[in-house]
Design a protein around this ligand. Structure first.
Ligand code: FES
Ligand code: FES
Length: 162
């Protein structure tokens, strides 16, 4: 059993999810987390497993444009929502401007927290194209980074806004 699969009961059901603008049918037990579906069933491993409790920010995805932890959303709660993972941020092979800015500012070290930060930064800039420093800090607050790239990440979001 995969580490992201610990809460699964063993009665599979069919769910239809919208992931990165594709309709995906998933046969998993109710109660399975979206994080488990993404990583274990769809091989979308850019969304990371960290705490499994909604407190580290490693697993954030966009759900109808809002950045939320995929480890606290069940597969049934994901039905009918437009889910975008870090793999869905780039378009036609081109990085999203926020991704490009993270590269330009070297806003990553081990990279474990990066996909979650990118998702929250994209959510912020979609609703607030020119965010203040405080708004950027607030958006990135859920994301714990053991490598301490916070200042570089803030600079990257500001660069993307320019
Ligand atoms: S793994 Fe989801 S917030 Fe930590
Ligand atoms: S870059 Fe290593 S955890 Fe953030």
């Amino acid at each position: 059993m995969a580490v992201t699969d610990l809460g699964r009961e063993r009665v599979p059901m069919l769910f239809c999810l919208n992931i990165n603008n594709l309709s995906r049918e998933i046969d998993v037990p109710a109660g399975t987390t979206l994080l488990s579906v993404l990583r274990d069933d769809l091989d979308l491993t850019g969304t990371r497993y960290g705490c499994g409790q909604g407190i580290c920010g490693a697993c954030y995805v966009l759900a109808d444009g809002r950045a939320i932890p995929a480890c606290t959303l069940s597969v049934e709660e994901s039905v009918g929502r437009n889910i975008v993972t870090v793999e869905g941020l780039s378009k036609e092979g081109a990085l999203h401007p926020v991704q490009a800015a993270f590269v330009e500012e070297d806003a990553m070290q081990c990279g474990y927290c990066t996909s979650g930060m990118l998702v929250s930064a994209v959510a912020l800039m979609t609703r607030t194209p020119n965010p203040t420093d405080d708004q950027i800090r607030d958006a990135l607050t859920p994301h714990l980074c053991r490598c301490g790239v916070y200042q570089r990440a803030i600079r990257a979001v500001k660069r993307a806004a320019q």
